[in-house]
Design a protein around this ligand. Structure first.
Ligand SMILES: Cc1ncc(COP(=O)(O)O)c(C=O)c1O
Length: 434
């Protein structure tokens, strides 16, 4: 090209959750049967959508309006419904004008970072959810700025680190939290989330809280919505129906904006995001239309309770398998449907291997690992894949220095799920001992 057309942050765009599949598909062609433990899609993992939810959608299909474009910010009736729900929590009070729809949170995140001034940075957790960390790094052209979640304290955020980094780095304009968290399944205690909001208020920052899993908190977890503790800070709560209903293919999520009018700069930033959305006309109409009928249905609370209890039970099963295994650290998840299984320090390195029966698969895995500078946990993920066909995601690909793997609690077949967890545990032991 006559000019360099690649943007500064291009190398920051990576989504290992999907990238590993490209390699897995090559191995599948070599005869390796695959087990997908990498994607957070309950439907793809076999969850059946309940009949009453299907029936609500079928009714909407008969309305001409479901097929049309809708209001750029989102359907007013749905936004009114959602604002009322948030107001019932009893924290900040919002109106439909504080809600903005997107084509899934993936779209919202791209706009949030894409339309933030380049020099303005957002500090986020490590481990990070790759969509946020990649978007923030790509927007700034620098490494993503992070604060630590502490595995020895239930993955709680280090709020003093947030305070010190934000106070002494004036490029930081916002603090990102994910609650419940992907990839660890942890929740943030009320005190810490409140402290994050107080820091934002004191240092004149905004808070983004990804709450896509906020309705999937286990009985052992704590559920605090940003709306409850935002106080006078400017904030954005990110919500969606991909995981809750679940309907990931709807591409439907929204942001709730808190205290927009307390800061003209923040108000202008939000207005810029809306203007950008206008260029695309609107977000998906039918899923938005369905929200009051599904989330407002009398069956919905029991539906959520049932789903959450299911994940909690599976988390306990995983604990029984992984906990107290030498060399491995298990932190029980409290929400969402993920967990991170960690290798204790110094347990793995570039000499470790697993036996792989298929010679072609073995050669491919060795070519990916040997002589390459890859993270120790990624090497394990490749060997596990080659040896068993199980696709997992290395924890270091979530912008983390901690070695481990992310697993999901989504497998619907009880026998298969237990077998997969047990196989992974045994392979982790075998790998450590190799
Ligand atoms: C924390 C978090 N935020 C956002 C998303 C993306 O959601 P959506 O389907 O609305 O794009 C995911 C998907 O896995 C997620 O885990």
């Amino acid at each position: 090209m006559r000019r360099d057309i690649v943007p500064a942050g291009a190398d920051s765009l990576s989504y290992e959750i999907r990238e590993i599949v490209v390699i897995a598909e090559i191995l599948e062609k070599m005869g390796l049967p695959l087990i997908h433990e990498n994607i957070g899609d309950p439907v793809a993992k076999g969850e059946k959508i309940e009949q009453w939810i299907r029936d609500e959608i079928k009714k909407l299909l008969d309305l001409e309006i479901s097929w049309a474009y809708c209001n750029t910010q989102g359907i007013p009736k749905t936004r009114e419904f959602l604002a009322e729900r948030t107001n019932k929590i009893g924290g900040i009070q919002i109106t439909k004008d504080d809600i903005y729809f997107f084509n899934g949170l993936g779209d919202a995140v791209a706009k949030i970072f894409g339309f933030l001034k380049r020099e303005a940075r957002v500090i986020g957790p490590t481990p990070a959810y790759s969509t946020h960390s990649s978007a923030e790094a790509a927007h700034s052209g620098y490494e993503h700025l992070t604060y630590k979640l502490d595995p020895d304290n239930n993955w709680e955020p280090d709020v003093e680190e947030i305070y010190n980094k934000a106070k002494y780095n004036d490029s930081i304009a916002g603090i990102l939290a994910i609650n419940p968290h992907n990839p660890t399944g942890s929740t943030i205690s009320r005190d810490r989330l409140k402290r994050i909001c107080e820091i934002a208020e004191e240092l004149d920052l905004f808070v983004i809280c990804d709450e896509i899993y906020s309705e999937l908190v286990y009985s052992s977890g704590e559920t605090t919505r940003l709306a409850e503790v935002i106080g006078n800070a400017c904030g954005i709560s990110l919500r969606g129906i991909s995981k809750e209903i679940p309907w990931p293919g709807s591409r439907c999520g929204w942001m709730e904006v808190y205290n927009k009018d307390k800061d003209p700069q923040f108000a202008k930033y939000i207005e810029t995001i809306l203007k950008a959305k206008r260029l695309e006309v609107c977000s998906t109409t039918l899923p938005q239309m369905s929200i009051p009928y599904i989330l407002g249905n009398e069956k919905y609370p029991a539906h959520l309770k049932k789903r959450t209890a299911r994940y909690e039970k599976r988390a306990k099963e995983a604990k029984a398998i992984f906990d107290n295994t030498p060399g491995i650290k298990f932190i029980e998840p409290k929400g969402a449907f993920y967990m991170a299984i960690l290798f204790e320090d110094n347990m793995i390195n570039a000499t470790k291997t697993l036996a792989i029966d298929n010679p072609e698969v073995k050669a491919k895995i060795e070519s990916l690992c040997n002589g390459k500078s890859i993270a120790d946990d990624k090497r394990f993920v490749y060997y596990l894949l080659g040896s068993t066909g199980i696709i997992t995601v290395p924890l270091t690909s979530f912008y983390s220095k901690i070695n481990g793997i992310r697993l999901t609690l989504l497998e619907e077949n009880d026998e298969k799920r237990l077998e997969v967890f047990t196989t992974i545990r045994n392979k982790m032991i075998e790998y450590i001992q190799s």
